[in-house]
Design a protein around this ligand. Structure first.
Ligand SMILES: C[S@@+](CC[C@H](N)C(=O)[O-])C[C@H]1O[C@@H](n2cnc3c(N)ncnc32)[C@H](O)[C@@H]1O
Length: 281
């Protein structure tokens, strides 16, 4: 590594730490790799862009929005301003589906609140099953479409669909035909203060939910209850403090053997990975 790069790295690291970025080393490494393919000769242009990227990160713009991508489940997803950046916490859903369910090409899966498609398209491409990815936000749908084509998801029978999970009627046509429903909906109570990446630099509709955070959890449970065959599985991501409430919601929506799971493997400094799983009665 050149002395110039060592100096750029040291300045950037100090700035990121001062700004309160929780994984300053990891973020720095990603920005260095993006900007300096050669670590020996640094062009003026590359140095300028690197410094702009570091400044943006110090303003707590999410790393994925700066890089233009987020890696999830071994797959690179395109992301950008205006969409939710997938979090490693959601890998708990993908891993659970992979390890516990025997899905095949005939299986039908729905990803409600799909965002850029991280959970649904990972399940589709890793297991070769058709997943219907649903979101209502036009920007999320634009990224979902890009990821869908980049991953060639149609070869597994995956599709994306614009729909509002608050409107049960939009799902009526598929009632009782689905094997698995997954959902990572907005679940943070409105008015909650979060790290600026989420409070200020994500679309509020991807983070905050009405009714003290449970509005879209309840909607996800209702849609899942409608879509699933008897014995079908519902997996929902939520916060740790909502665990009891979520179990009650699933019990009330017609699910049996409801379990909440906390994964150490997929938790990080930004929070624990918590999912609840239920089986449609
Ligand atoms: C927390 S993000 C999760 C995105 C994706 N599942 C992931 O884990 O990367 C929630 C997503 O729900 C979508 N959403 C919010 N309200 C919705 C609704 N009523 N119907 C459908 N999607 C909705 C948002 O647009 C956003 O993309």
């Amino acid at each position: 590594m050149s002395t110039e790069l060592e100096q750029e790295r040291a300045c950037a690291l100090a700035a990121l730490l001062k700004a309160g970025v929780w994984d300053a080393e990891g973020d720095l490494q990603a920005l260095v790799e993006q900007n300096f393919p050669s670590t020996e000769v640094l062009s003026d242009r590359a140095v300028k862009t690197f410094r702009q990227d570091v400044s943006e990160r110090c303003l707590r713009i999410p790393l994925g929005h700066i890089l233009g991508y987020a890696d999830f489940a071994g797959i690179r997803f395109v992301v950008g301003s205006g969409v939710f950046v997938p979090r490693r916490q959601s890998m708990a859903i993908v891993q659970w589906v992979e390890k516990k369910l025997n899905l095949d090409r005939t299986s039908k899966v729905y990803d409600l609140c799909a965002g850029v498609g991280a959970i649904g398209l990972s399940i589709s491409s890793r297991l070769g099953v058709g997943v219907v990815c649903v979101d209502k936000d036009p920007t999320a749908l634009a990224y979902l479409q890009r990821n869908f084509y980049r991953l060639g998801a149609s070869k597994y029978g995956a599709i994306y669909k614009s729909a509002d999970i608050m409107n049960l009627a939009e799902f009526q046509a598929a009632a009782g035909t689905v094997d698995v429903v997954v959902s990572n909906p907005p679940y943070v109570p409105e008015g909650t203060t979060l790290e600026p990446e989420w409070s200020e630099n994500h679309p509020p509709g991807s983070i905050f939910a009405p009714d003290e955070g449970k509005g879209l959890i309840e909607a996800s449970a209702s849609v899942a209850s409608l879509l699933l065959k008897p014995g079908g599985t519902f997996l929902l991501e939520h916060s740790e403090v909502q665990s009891f409430q979520v179990s009650m919601i699933l019990d009330g929506a017609g699910f049996n053997t409801v379990r909440t799971l906390l994964s150490e493997e997929f938790s990080d400094a930004t929070g624990p990975s918590v999912i609840t799983v239920g089986v449609r009665a």
